[in-house]
Write a protein that binds this ligand. Sequence first.
Ligand code: KG4
Ligand code: ZN
Length: 355
Amino acid sequence: MVILGIESSCDDTSVALLDCSSVGYVILSEKTASQIEIHKKYGGVVPEIAGRLHAEKITPLIEEILKDQPKPDVIAVTSGPGLITGLIVGVEAARTLSYAWNIPLIAVNHLEGHIYSVELTPNQKIEYPAIALVVSGGHTEITQINEPGIYKLLGHTKDDAAGECFDKVAKLLDLEYPGGPQISKLAETGKTDAINFPRPMMKENNFDFSFSGLKTSALYWLQKNKLSAHKIIPYELPTGVYGQKQNDPTREDFCASFEQAIVDVLVHKTIKAVKETNPKTLILAGGVSANKKLRETLAQTISQEFPETNFVYPELKYCMDNAAMIAVAGNYQAKKNNFTSWQEIKADPNWHLTN
Ligand code: KG4
Ligand code: ZN
């Protein structure tokens, strides 16, 4: 079955054509138009601009992807959650094609797409029951999956998502959007114990998260220690760019300590879920799954404490938003005949994976 995947829930317009069979997925063609360079100027994604750029890109991308390729049997489109300005562009494009070609349509949940992104790695399959930690710019949640498509939310963030926290703190350091990858790069040469940041909700007996307090504490620390770029306290900075005294924590130490706090909380709660549910597979997915420290810490803990659990995560290129993962999730829905008619499909910015 050939599936056309369409993704436009945030700042990437992505289209992919996949041949899905029982032996695996063959990517016939795929392309993503990133809007990052434009949103960078504003320090984050501007929904109105995102919508306009998706609208500009979607048709040429679909045309390019389908050139010299077989006509798809099914269209899978991200219908939520995400920015409404982006979602409606993808959904309207998919609706039109479904009507014009008379082929079935599948509404895919963006988070389900992230979960199935791990199966884009050849021979990497989710075995059930599974636990998924999905960490992105918009979401941080732990979900139990007992069989494909059946989700039970164990916990989620009460405020900021982990990626959002990375991005906001990066902004305080004057790093460009999205700041997560840059913080983790700087963190590589810093000391993780230089600053004792809080680990919010870590000791609470649940699977929920909270990252806004950590962000505030990072802000206060920067203000108090004047370890910031010119933006925050311009006139108080000494001559050095970051103004630190010789033994004070450096920007790298700050990043390493901050990243460690996020990783500690994510790993602690995920391991708690593994301990309590004994899954065959632990899935790490979403933009923040690109974080090396998070991958390595989870991999090490799982191999030491739960060797029976298979820990999987996507290839780096499929950590970020992409249409191939939407096609894979769509394939599972197609197997269950979970189609939505072109008349009924709707973009739902608040679509929860679990009911
Ligand atoms: O899944 P994604 O592409 O978009 C959403 O669905 O939100 O995730 C983007 C997020 C951004 O917040 C970005 O800073 C974060 O993923 N991110 C990282 C890393 N790479 C991307 N955060 C920490 N470390 C990284 N290496
Ligand atoms: Zn995403």
